[in-house]
Design a protein around this ligand. Structure first.
Ligand SMILES: [Zn+2]
Length: 269
């Protein structure tokens, strides 16, 4: 059976400097989906450090157009097409997002990248504008994009069924809307933001920033009967002890498995 895994290329929030912005590579066999790309060319360093060559990246999902998610995509497109020009990258690069994501990414690229890159748009860089509920395929995996119903910024999450039959939902970088809670019922893997500890809410003000805490994510996962809870998009203060502190707080509410990965960590799904 094909094994699936997630390699975290970044785990931090927008302002993080001691880790990269949250983005990851979800792979099953030869196929993989890059989900967001962080805020700059740090994505190239992270891919390199993770041993994921650009030639493996043919599918990119953009959740929303905040700088810490979209700007790295410009670099992925640039470098992939530069490699294509020199015969070191084969086949199209597929980009998936909602209308605003596609429009914004394309516009930034057209304003900042040379023609030798942008001339490949719509042939070797294929932009797929998705509606909420629409699906797309990456190898044998099928992903369903959905609107996370943010009132801050249009954002899509996704869900899929892994080759081993486990279900996985990515909620992007905002707390789960109450309307989407039924979708989480008994999901095997839930990828959720947790900006900081509830205990540190006065220090980091997560609620003012439309973010949640490890305790909030733990409570949500427990209510939904989730099996594995993966937390990301955190503040980077005291990053050395982040995992143990976040796990301890979430575990007071959630009795399943909790994972708070570091950058470059691979999680077997
Ligand atoms: Zn973000």
């Amino acid at each position: 059976m094909t094994k699936a895994s997630i390699t975290m290329l970044g785990t931090g929030n927008a302002g993080a400097t001691r880790c990269y912005n949250t983005c990851f590579f979800l792979e099953a066999g030869a196929d993989g989906l890059l989900v967001d790309a962080g805020g700059g060319n740090g994505i190239l360093k992270q891919l390199n450090a993770a041993g994921i060559p650009l030639k493996r990246i043919h599918h990119l999902f953009l959740t929303h157009t905040h700088t810490d998610h979209v700007l790295g995509c410009v670099w992925v497109i640039r470098m992939a097409m530069q490699k294509l020009n020199s015969g070191k990258y084969e086949g199209p690069l597929h980009i998936y997002s909602h209308a605003k994501g596609i429009r914004t990414l394309r516009q930034i690229c057209e304003l900042t990248l040379p023609v030798k890159v942008t001339r490949h748009f719509d042939s070797m860089v294929v932009f797929h504008e998705l509606q909420s509920g629409e699906t797309f395929s990456v190898g044998k995996l099928t992903f369903e994009a959905f609107d996370i119903l943010s009132n801050k910024e249009l954002q899509f999450g996704f869900r899929t069924i892994l080759p081993n039959g486990c279900s996985l939902i990515c909620l992007g970088d905002e707390p789960c809307s109450p309307e989407l809670r039924p979708m989480l019922k008994n999901v095997d893997w839930l990828l959720s933001e947790a900006f900081c500890l509830y205990a540190d809410r006065e220090r980091f003000k997560p609620y003012e920033k439309f973010h949640s805490t490890a305790a909030d994510a733990g409570r949500m996962a427990e209510e939904a009967g989730v099996k594995h809870l993966l937390l990301y998009h955190t503040v980077d203060a005291d990053i050395e002890t982040r995992a143990e502190r976040f796990i301890a707080e979430a575990a007071a509410y959630f009795h399943g498995h909790i994972c708070v990965p570091d950058d470059l960590q691979t999680i077997m799904l």
